[in-house]
Design a protein around this ligand. Sequence first.
Ligand SMILES: [Zn+2]
Length: 266
Amino acid sequence: MVTPNGFVVPVVGGEDDAWLVKSPCSNEVTVDGQPIEGAHVVLDPGHGGSETGAIGPNGVSEEDVNLDVALRVKRLLEQRGAVVVMTRATDVRVTIDMRATLAVALQPLAFVSVHHNAGAVRKQSTPGSETYHHLEDPESKRLAGLVYEELIDKLSPYGTDWVVGGDSGAHGRRSLNDGDDFYGILRRTQGIPGVLSESAYLTNPFEERLLDTEQFRESEATAIANAIIRFVSTDDPGGGFIPALESSSDPGGGGGTGGCEDPPLG
Ligand SMILES: [Zn+2]
């Protein structure tokens, strides 16, 4: 449902004028608001509020780039008639639990979590873009392959001074602790075609400069929007698939409830 001041939050109980919802910080609170029926697409700009995500060498903040790119994807999809919901539409802290609860409640045709990468280890002449899919879901995998294909197509023309962490490509990432998806947002959104996109490396000065321009952000947004449109309207298989990574570390990046302060919802 949508609160009177515009927050979209998942309903967990209650009724008209007294909905029990999960707040951005994952508290259960009672609020007034308008129900919404569902969405074709849910977009999830990573981080926000006191969780900045990656910061580039010249101070460009991942939380801001993620939100701006996602808002551009939303505009492009709405121009095609899609109903699009964002897990956050402002600079606000939102837990991974709340993002996933909202996405699952809305049962979209596609779910894309928008991030930008950090900590690359070597240079490469093509974008080091990575898209992560659910380990065991072929449709999530197809969407990740389409997002990867489109990102490489739209971003490659910007130059050759890219960096890469492990390998660029469309892949899963398995937690060696329990064999499940490594990233919390993917592990909690099983059953809907979900992808986590890491389009470019904010920690590379060349890519940070690009990410600070409207033109590059619009190109990235066009890539993600095109991929979603191809996903729902064609059987295209996507490309760039590489074997799953395996990780035993903590994914980091925040998303928990510690220190989270809810905004007013009414
Ligand atoms: Zn991130």
